[in-house]
Design a protein around this ligand. Structure first.
Ligand SMILES: [Zn+2]
Length: 500
């Protein structure tokens, strides 16, 4: 092929696992950089020019031609401006290429949400929230519209509740299970189902099946969701022993793969192979030490199954290693009253417990303590709210049963049970902020996601606007409007729909 660049060279963003595009100047020189270098101001100027032409009613093809921005060049620009994140890149390129007003609305430079009841998650009362680019610009009463920073708009949300976008800390974005045969393998969870549930950040484990699914596939799926407008993380590990990894070593995965926020294991699970305590200690250390080497928080994320041993192996790991309980997270713990009792004791001693919002009697968990009851129970028992998180287990197939307990069949669930549980907690006297904290601030603190989970100037503009009844109205992910009037503006891949 000689020194010629193939089109693929332009199409492959580097270091895509991080969601940022880092440009190595030496290898760029080796590949032969394009002669003309666009400066960021020129790029932004070109985008404004696109805006003018679109405003004049020019067709998108004409605009692209007038600007001289063929697709390959657009990818080269992306490589040129190494500091631009995928999220920001998507915003700018969608803006240039936006064929219809829907996408134009998604990618305005600023948005002012006026007069909602704002929970950051602390209660701010009635306030405005200003989104500038991909960040929260300001929060306060009667903010004025910004000038000189491009297109934007003010939106009256005075009848609504404004919260940080939800973080789903256990959701199978690549589908899961297959434990009742190949027909029970669920499919990729699509972006529209995630954002319609108010979720703007996900952390995804492999499910029970790590034979037909791989962690590299999961990283690719997370990268795809990142391109579509949300922020996606993964756990290394899985239901096998030794655990599946990307690099061959779970500690290496945690240390050097930016999207990896922990190590997933399944314990006290009749269907999983089980680990010796020594093996579990090593996996807990992989998260703990790998995270420290990378300068990030990482957790052991332990699926707890139905075996009566329950949390005993985790308690033993904690005793032997001295790793703090807030790094040893146990999930699915409200699935039966006995396990829930153990989880309460664990959290009272500082352990992190993750309540699965979908584990309900009608979803095949006949013994389950209802998620909102479990959380109320924990708070009444003196558990620190910060030790509790709420996730969906979305993307997994659940067994639906009727009131009499008759099995109706299997169906794939989404992230919606989180918001349902938040609404149940609000009906039971928690404020919206207190209830939402279990799936916003608490998860962000647990996983060390500094820019997520709270509405504060400089944080990522992940914003959820609900009606007072708790129905999703608007959702912003990194400042891009993803849901408007309850309808997803982004769509994932399915047969017959445009993918990008
Ligand atoms: Zn799961």
């Amino acid at each position: 092929m000689g020194k010629e660049k193939s089109p693929e060279d332009d199409l492959a963003p580097r270091n895509w696992s991080s969601g940022k595009v880092a440009v190595d100047p030496i290898s760029r020189r080796r590949q032969g950089a394009p002669k003309k270098r666009f400066q960021p101001e020129e790029l932004i100027g070109t985008l404004r020019h696109a805006d003018v032409l679109l405003g004049q009613g020019k067709k998108i093809a004409e605009v692209v031609k007038a600007l001289g921005v063929p697709g390959v060049t657009s990818y080269r620009w992306r490589q040129e401006f190494g500091g631009i994140s995928s999220c920001e890149w998507n915003r700018r390129m969608f803006y240039v290429l936006a064929p219809r007003t829907r996408e134009r609305r998604m990618l305005m430079n600023w948005a002012l949400l006026r007069g909602g009841h704002v929970f950051t998650p602390e209660d701010q009362g009635v306030a405005d929230v200003l989104i500038v680019g991909r960040e929260i610009g300001a929060i306060g009463p009667n903010l004025s519209e910004p000038t000189g920073i491009g297109t934007g708009g003010a939106f009256d949300v005075s009848s609504g509740i404004v919260l940080p976008g939800l973080i789903d800390g256990h959701v199978h974005v690549m589908g899961a299970s297959g434990l009742r045969g190949p027909a029970t393998r669920s499919t990729d969870l699509q972006i529209e189902h995630i954002v319609s549930a108010g979720v703007t950040t996900v952390a995804s484990p492999l499910g029970a099946d790590s034979l037909s699914r791989s962690l590299s596939g999961l990283l690719a799926r997370a990268a795809a969701l990142g391109c579509q407008g949300i922020t996606a993380y993964c756990y290394t590990g899985g239901w096998r022993n030794p655990v599946p990894t990307v690099t061959g070593d779970p500690q290496m995965d945690v240390a050097y793969l930016d999207r990896v926020v922990g190590v997933k294991v399944a314990i006290s699970e009749p269907l999983a192979p089980g680990y010796t305590i020594e093996e579990l200690c090593r996996l807990a250390h992989a998260a703990w030490t790998g995270g420290r080497l990378a300068g990030k928080r990482a957790v052991l994320h332990a699926h707890i199954g139905d075996n009566p041993a329950g949390l005993a192996p985790i308690r033993e790991v904690q005793r032997r290693t001295g790793i703090p309980g807030d790094r040893l997270v146990v999930t699915h713990v409200s699935r039966n009253p006995e396990l829930w009792k153990q989880a309460l004791a664990y959290s009272l001693e500082g352990g992190s417990i993750d309540v699965t919002a979908t584990e309900r009697p009608e979803e095949g968990f006949a013994e389950a303590v209802l998620p909102a009851d479990a959380i109320r129970d924990a708070l009444a028992g003196g558990v620190a709210a910060a030790r509790i998180t709420l996730s969906s287990d979305g993307g997994a197939p659940y067994t639906r049963v009727d009131r009499a307990g008759k099995v109706l069949g299997q169906h794939m669930v989404g992230s919606g049970a989180i918001l349902r549980t938040i609404c149940e907690l609000v009906a039971g006297e928690l404020t919206w902020g207190q209830a939402a904290a279990f799936a916003t601030q608490n998860v962000a603190n647990l996983l060390g996601l500094d820019h997520k989970g709270r509405l504060t100037p400089g944080a990522d503009a992940d914003v959820l606007v609900l009606s007072v009844e708790g129905v999703v109205d608007r959702v912003y992910g990194c400042g891009a409007l993803l849901v408007e009037s309850g309808h997803a503006l982004v769509k994932g891949s399915s047969w017959g729909t445009a993918m990008v």
